[in-house]
Design a protein around this ligand. Structure first.
Ligand code: DON
Length: 304
């Protein structure tokens, strides 16, 4: 029997001493003020128990982790038609890379790089009656938590400085792969990325990915086959040009965000989230990746 509280306590204790915590993202100005010493871990077992250490109940900007929720909602709305507008291959390139999109005629490599997530945002803007409100309700329902909110200042900050995303959206539009106006799609996308959640809320919201599509409240949102596909994309594309390294070090499907959060899961067994805002050069949480590597090594719990 593994003493999970002791495992996460010891990982937290070892890594909180680390001097080099990576660099807090500053290309979204509103994120640059976050203290790099924040560090939380939350673990939920499908058998019911939960374990926390550090700042696991502090809300932070989930950024690209939201792309998993957006993909889930779009998959629910459109089924496999989705894959006519994007591929499911790792890009081997950074999340904001543009040249591949041009070379491949406006078909993003996968739904987790920014261009793919912008196509997903377009699908949600078309398919939801009140896109921002309905998406927020979806995430709240998955997490079983009505307190989850968008951070308006973070959304505004990215809207004012997100030139790379404007470039991606304009390229997509020029190739006929956006149905709505660039401004409307990006407004939704920036809000989606500006969702604030805690490690605990994230583990709760990701419960269905470890449980074949059935959420904490026992409602089936996606089919087991859809969940299999989303988990496969998390494993191969969830960490951009570091997806191979994450699979190698950690061995779980997961997703990161430039707010410093990571969520990872082991089907049928557990969901674990970490938050440490300092990023490595690939834009993934430096300490979060180390914490998850230590977790799967110490517990021997990974998909491999
Ligand atoms: O579009 C962006 O650049 C951000 N809103 C999200 C990027 C992100 O989180 C990449 N993840 N590691």
């Amino acid at each position: 029997m593994i003493d999970f509280q002791q495992v996460i306590n010891s990982i937290h204790n070892d890594l909180k001493q680390e001097i080099d915590r990576g660099l807090v993202a500053n290309y979204i100005p509103e994120l640059s003020h976050i203290d790099a010493n924040n560090f939380g871990i939350h673990l939920k077992l499908l058998s019911g128990e939960s374990f926390s250490v550090g700042q696991a109940q502090a809300p932070f900007s989930i950024q690209s982790i939201s792309k998993v929720f957006a993909l889930s909602k779009a998959f629910q709305l459109q089924g496999n038609d989705l894959w006519q507008r994007m591929d499911v291959e790792p890009s081997g390139d950074p999340f904001n890379q543009l040249s591949l999109l041009e070379l491949e005629n406006g078909i993003p490599r996968n739904p987790f790089i920014n261009s793919g997530a912008i196509v997903i945002a377009d699908i949600l803007v078309s398919g939801l009656e009140n896109p921002k409100e309905d998406f927020l309700h979806f995430v709240r329902a998955l997490a079983n938590d009505q307190t989850i909110q968008y951070n308006e200042a973070v959304a505004a900050s990215e809207k004012a400085t997100g030139y790379n995303n404007y470039a991606a959206a304009n390229l997509l539009k020029s190739f006929g792969n956006l149905q709505n106006d660039v401004a409307d799609v990006l407004d939704f996308y920036f809000y989606q990325c500006a969702l604030e959640m805690t490690c605990e809320q994230l583990t709760n919201a990701f419960y269905l990915f470890a449980n074949h599509g059935v959420c904490l409240q026992n409602k089936e949102w996606l089919t087991a086959s859809q969940i299999k596909r989303i988990n496969a994309i998390m494993l191969t594309c969830g960490f951009y040009d570091e997806a191979g390294e994450f699979a190698f070090e950690v061995g779980l499907p997961g997703k990161s965000g430039v707010g410093g959060g990571i969520v990872a899961l082991l089907p049928n067994q557990l969901v674990i989230s970490t938050w440490s805002p300092g990023l490595n050069p690939k834009g993934n949480s430096k300490i979060g990746m180390q914490a998850l590597e230590a977790f799967t090594t110490k517990t021997k719990l990974s998909i491999f």
